[in-house]
Design a protein around this ligand. Structure first.
Ligand SMILES: Nc1ncnc2c1ncn2[C@@H]1O[C@H](COP(=O)(O)OP(=O)(O)OP(=O)(O)O)[C@@H](O)[C@H]1O
Length: 295
């Protein structure tokens, strides 16, 4: 559905994207992650032929994004990271206008989207909140029912209920076979919706993984409170990582291994409390975001 082939984009001396290669298949929800300034929007702009690669190329639905940009844009739904709308129009007017530009939309589908995102269709966009503009941007991306959606930070500015409405919409569209490529900083949303994620840092793709695989391989976060001293030596012997001891009787660490082996050590000492959980995707990605290599 979408392919980046050795894509490089330089702005003067800034190398925004460097030798990026990636394929996204039909029906896949792909999360494109990375710190601010990593090159996500630049990649998306190359896919839409808003900017041209310095070298390499991009393809959408087997078409070359430079040569067939117009045909591609007609067939996809796109949400810009910086939604700009006609200020003198109402929400309804903008959506009707976009609908006509894209060759007509199903009015019932458009109405369901405006209801879902709780849009007041009669209010002029001038003076509308950031969240309201974002919701109108989202509706215009989805309403002509495109097979591929490219969304740049889709939940930026949305409150938690509207973030949930977006997550529900993505999961429904996925069931209908849509392909979605979206950049995001919200890892809990990515965890709920995406099949695969790619992480870009300083223009380079440093990780591409199935979300399911990431979840399986994540470490446990353990916190234990003892009624006496913490058995530090015994714990380090079972290969715990990032051990912290905020109080003399309390210890926190990461663990990846056989839980029975850890419990066998802990149970030999007077435990007052024990809390074990899976690391969140935020914690899994923290090392990548901060540039600590070797994971
Ligand atoms: N039009 C431009 N002219 C010059 N430099 C640019 C331009 N657009 C982006 N850049 C630079 O390219 C790099 C990548 O920017 P980009 O906007 O693609 O990052 P991003 O991952 O989308 O960031 P964010 O999460 O903050 O939106 C940054 O160093 C940015 O300053």
């Amino acid at each position: 559905m979408l392919q980046l082939i050795e894509l490089t984009k330089e702005y003067g001396s800034t190398r925004a994207v460097e030798n990026l290669s990636l394929k996204v298949g039909e029906g896949e929800i792909f999360g494109f992650l990375g710190p601010n300034g990593a090159g996500k929007s630049t990649t998306i702009h190359c896919l839409l032929d808003f900017v041209r690669p310095t070298s390499g190329r991009t393809e959408v639905m087997g078409m070359d994004c430079r040569r067939q940009g117009r045909q591609i844009r007609r067939r996809i739904g796109y949400l810009s990271g910086d939604v700009a709308l006609y200020e003198d129009m109402t929400g309804d007017e903008v959506l009707d206008y976009c609908g006509r530009l894209s060759g007509g939309v199903d009015p019932a589908f458009q109405r369901r989207l405006t209801e879902r995102f709780e849009i007041d269709p009669a209010v002029k966009l001038k003076g509308c909140s950031k969240g309201m503009r974002q919701k109108i941007g989202l509706i215009q991306a989805f309403m002509h029912d495109p097979e591929l959606l490219i969304l740049d930070e889709p939940t930026s500015g949305l409150d938690p209920r509207m973030q949930q409405a977006f997550t529900d919409l993505i999961l429904e569209e996925k069931k209908r076979g849509k392909t979605i490529f979206m950049s995001s900083h919200i890892l809990s949303e990515v965890e709920k919706t995406c099949d695969r994620v790619g992480l870009i840092r300083r223009g380079r793709l440093v990780l591409v993984k199935e979300v399911g695989e990431l979840k399986k391989s994540r470490r446990k976060v353990v916190e234990a409170i003892f009624s006496g001293e913490v058995p530090i030596e015994e714990l380090t012997a079972v290969a715990v990582d990032d051990l912290e001891q905020p109080e003399s009787s309390r210890v926190r660490f990461h663990y990846q291994g056989d839980l029975q082996a850890l419990l066998a050590v802990l149970s030999r000492y007077p435990l007052e409390n024990l809390h074990v959980r899976d690391a969140s995707l935020e914690e899994v990605f923290a090392d990548y975001y901060e540039g600590r290599e070797g994971l």
